[in-house]
Design a protein around this ligand. Sequence first.
Ligand code: BES
Ligand code: MN
Ligand code: ZN
Length: 493
Amino acid sequence: MKISFADVDLERTGALVVLVQKDRVLGAHGSALDAKTGGVLTRALAASRMSGKPGECLDLPGIGAGRIVLAGVGEGADLTPQRCETVGAAIAAALAATPETSAAVIVEDGLGVEPALAAAHLLHGARLRSYRFDTYRTKLKDEERPALKTLVGLTANASQAKKLYGGLDKLGDAVVYARDLVSEPANTLYPESYAARLQKDLPDLGIEVEVLGVKDMKKLGMGALLGVGQGAEHEPRLVVMTYSGGKGGAAPLALVGKGVCFDSGGLSLKPAKSMEDMKWDMAGSAAVVGAMMAIAGRKAKVNAVAVLALVENMPSGNAQRPGDVVTSMSGQTIEVLNTDAEGRLILADAVWYCEQRFKPAAMIDLATLTGAIMIALGSEHVGLFANNDTLADSILAAGKATGETVWRMPLGDEYDKMINSDIADMKNIADGSAGSIIGAVFIQRFVKDVPWAHLDIAGVAWGKKDKGITPKGATGWGVRLLDRLSRDHFEPQ
Ligand code: BES
Ligand code: MN
Ligand code: ZN
């Protein structure tokens, strides 16, 4: 879909989108169009159930110079850039149900957001909602393919809108890149191919990519990560990415991602139904990749590093057994009672490596770690665990600002005790209660003295239905939050 901006022009042919505020209030442009069409907009609104709530759309085919789509924005004065994105998403969804190949959104003046900024965010939201992963669909009929080829934002100060959109476009590319990684099946995206893809795509953005293989990890003593990967034909990889946009020597922001390219559970095998989803058990790592791309894409003045632990968790004659004891890079030993609690094992070595090598200013790991977090928070919030209140508050704020909302969960000695083992320093599961917290306190044992946060994204990495700016499927959750976090809390203001 091609996105552009132009001055407001009510004479335009093709589909026109008109914004409607709370209680069916039209703005100046909408009212002018209403007058021009003999009051058809007000009549249609009066005959409909649409009241102007954000996300509502009313399609009026065969009206005006083609068709008019009315799109609710809610209380005009309360409009925010984030809400513009939701509205843009709803517009994209409404247009997708029509055969229109081109459409223009008329952005009103006098709303809570400057028209140029509103236009940029409206179209950014539309673009994110229009994401599709069609790589493996060979039989799509023409009418099943998206018809919409161009979307224009009609706004006062179109050149400013274009400039603002330019920044968001890079962020959009990063979200799309993350979604593509998550959507890719495990027979094509495995540690080696994943790492190769990053080595090919990221250096052009100014991100250095380093790939550690099994030998390197053995040398480093990463027994916890290697234990998870040992049953698979596809060998594990550790990917290290660095972006240096900040002051030389300044401690970086560090991101760590769980990249289990397929989680069968290992010998603690998952039932078939639960295994269906497990190609996206690498979504934490994909969000980290996307965040690095977003940060580098806008040439942010920050030093950022990322560590991705890429493995496949498979059963085989060489697989790790329940009861095995492995030695992590930190020297701590782990009794692996359940091979399906593998995310914490690979993160143990990844966060330890990250802290030791980079001495970061803050370290945040993202992981589809537990089914329990879905039971606790559903897909409305991500579970946040942190050893530092300032970092936690910054993440909460970035979540609110982007709509990628998080909810803080507890850590503590009482939970930590529950993973003491009878024969090793710790075990990788407890008694089943407080499942997500147990995952977090386990990772915490591999964090020495850096501000650290863990985001359990199992509930949001994949959407079962369309929701706002994310169509069903891979969401790319975390890219926007992490980009915002870096911008607001780790970069010069
Ligand atoms: N990858 C899963 C968690 C998961 C479940 C993500 C469902 C997305 C959807 C993780 O590796 C896992 O298997 N966790 C176990 C932990 C348990 C064995 C302590 C779980 O949640 O059941
Ligand atoms: Mn698992
Ligand atoms: Zn997993």
